[in-house]
Design a protein around this ligand. Structure first.
Ligand code: TEU
Ligand code: CA
Length: 560
């Protein structure tokens, strides 16, 4: 397998709006990030992924971009950006930017032009269609509820928006659109940034004619996913982008790809395919959703969870590369979702971190994860800011689909704002995030969970992450070793090995709050062992043939 810096790196995701506010307006900003770079250096991360900081009316917190070459006013200026980039590089870290080019904002100049008349040269930058018998052109549903089409009075046609109506989809069939995107990418790469995370990049090729999705009884709109995810020209576009832009720089790329399976991921990330380095797949974060989608709550089946990770680990082995994440700005907090954010908060946060950092792939830490930040429960819907939550709430209430309390329960479990409450820096007002009033309320547990408290405590979650990252720098096997599941049928334990030449790692994880018995499979033989890390105190000389694991216990051994 080829060695690469982006395989050896640990990435830290910053959601700028909620990271650190430097001027008291309640909104995180670029200077706020620059002020915290030493904190990230202390943690040991290699690459920062910055969620969008471009000019935006913020219908979807920056994922609706009105100017790709300008900085959002609330976040600062281009000078602030240049300073941030140089301070990152100065500390030996790298910067990966978000690239959101499936859609623009409706306030982008291209769209303003496009909607002004049917023969405007920018018209074809987007998808426009006349209605069908006074109805939308097709039955596709928007990811953010309602139709994926919006009627525009001026020219009496509809435009496509897979997300909010302020996020019109770009028409990648149009060569000019692709060229504009490539030029924008070069503009940022020539400034010296080190990579792109590409937003819903597998949505950019739509099946011609935009056929109707299959109707589901009782639902007004249908999913068009089969006609816009992984569409007919997706590989052609990515290979073109690679040839024209990516291949000319030493950078890392990760494509965010809902609905991608292992076979497709091999194509997107295959080392000889010249597309992307890795993808964010969604299989493991869809396991706790029922047939009606993300708000249709379902208990996680632990066997499915193990099988899913194993499928991806073995599937991309030697062919492509995995990206490893358990949460981000779109997902609930991982300790609340997969661990126990009450009784075994610290233990389970560390166990999950061990799990992720010892898989093969590039690990992504989402801001606050290194502190074990948890989900939030606001009583009032008015405290929620996310457009996905708010649209869904309105729709369900107006359609009498569920009552207020049922909807709130699903938001507590799955809502994106769980991840978007401000970083908890200390036990001062608003967790030290701002001296003003934060744009979204801080989680009320900031006095117990905050960075200041954990920096000075060797047993903290923060220090555990730091240790995990250091181990990655010391042992090649953590990056390059082959994954194999052991004790596949166990109901509580997730255990696996990593193998590289003569070396072996043994990772033992209890995913439950009960004690349980680990029995080492006979095939695993060794003469000596070394404990690399654990989340409880362990006597490293103790035998490992049979271990009674404590709740959420995690241990990693190196076997010789
Ligand atoms: O998300 C794409 C996406 O389809 C989902 O993750 C979505 O956010 C939602 O949670 C599904 O339930 C990307 C960005 O990460 C997200 O923040 C943006 O809102 C979205 O694209 C549109 O740009
Ligand atoms: Ca600010």
């Amino acid at each position: 397998m080829e060695k690469s810096w982006w395989k050896e790196s640990v990435v830290y995701q910053i959601y700028p709006r909620s990271f650190n506010d430097s001027n008291g307006d309640g909104i995180g900003d670029l200077k706020g990030i620059t002020n915290k770079l030493d904190y990230l250096k202390e943690l040991g991360i290699d690459v920062i992924w910055l969620s969008p900081v471009y000019q935006s009316p913020n219908d979807d917190n920056g994922y609706d971009i009105s100017d790709y070459r300008a900085i959002m006013d609330e976040f600062g200026t281009m000078d602030d950006f240049d300073e941030l980039l140089s301070e990152i590089h100065h500390r030996g870290m790298k910067l990966m930017m978000d690239l959101v080019v499936n859609h623009t904002s409706d306030e982008h100049e291209w769209f303003k032009q496009a909607r002004s008349s049917k023969d405007n040269p920018y018209r074809d930058y987007y998808y426009w269609m006349p209605g069908e018998n006074g109805q939308e052109p097709n039955n596709w549903e928007s990811v953010f509820s309602g139709s994926a089409w919006e009627y525009d009075e001026k020219t009496e046609e509809y435009y496509l928006h897979l997300f909010s109506k302020k996020q019109p989809d770009l028409n990648w069939e149009n060569r000019k659109v692709r060229e504009e995107v490539y030029e924008t990418m070069k503009y940022w790469l020539d400034k010296g940034i080190d990579g792109f995370r590409m937003d819903v990049i597998n949505f950019i090729s739509k099946v011609p004619g935009l056929p109707n999705g299959e109707n589901v009884q009782g639902k007004k709109y249908a999913s068009g996913a089969n006609f816009y995810m992984n569409g007919p020209k997706i590989h052609e576009y990515l290979q073109e982008m690679n040839q024209e832009v990516l291949s000319k720089y030493n950078i890392m790329t990760v494509g965010e790809m809902p609905g991608v399976d292992v076979e497709m991921a091999k194509q997107y990330t295959g080392e000889n395919r010249n597309e992307l380095n890795m993808v964010f797949q969604f299989e493991h974060v869809d396991l706790d959703s029922g047939p009606k989608g993300k708000w249709d709550l379902k208990d996680l089946n632990f066997h499915e969870f193990k099988a899913s990770f194993t499928k991806w680990q073995k599937g991309l082995e030697g062919v492509g590369w995995n990206s490893l994440y358990l949460n981000n700005h779109d997902q609930p907090r991982m300790v609340s979702r997969f661990g126990d954010d009450k009784e075994y908060w610290k233990e389970s946060a560390k166990m999950l971190a061990t799990f992720l950092h010892f898989l093969q792939g590039t690990p992504y830490i989402y801001q606050g994860e290194e502190l074990g930040m948890t989900n939030v429960r606001f009583d009032s819907i008015d405290d929620y800011k996310d457009i996905e939550i708010l649209n869904m709430y309105k729709e369900k209430i107006s359609e009498n689909d569920s009552n207020h309390q049922q909807i709130m329960e699903s938001i507590y479990v799955k809502g994106r704002d769980n991840a978007r409450t401000p970083m908890q820096w200390n036990d001062q007002n608003h967790g030290g995030f701002t001296s003003g009033t934060p744009w979204i309320t801080v989680n009320s547990n900031y006095k117990e969970i905050n960075a200041k408290k954990q920096l000075t405590n060797d047993d903290s979650i923060f220090h555990y992450y730091k240790q995990l990252i250091q181990l990655r720098k010391q042992h090649d096997i953590i990056v390059y070793g082959t994954y194999d599941l052991i004790l596949a049928d166990h109901n509580e334990i997730f255990a696996y090995t990593r193998t590289l030449d003569e070396e072996k790692l043994l990772i033992i994880l209890n995913f439950s709050k009960e004690n349980c018995l680990f029995e080492l499979p006979k095939e695993i033989q060794f003469t000596d062992k070394e404990l690399l890390i654990s989340n409880y105190e362990v006597n490293s000389a103790d035998s490992i043939e049979k271990i009674t694991l404590l709740p959420f216990e995690a241990r990693v051994y190196k076997l010789f």
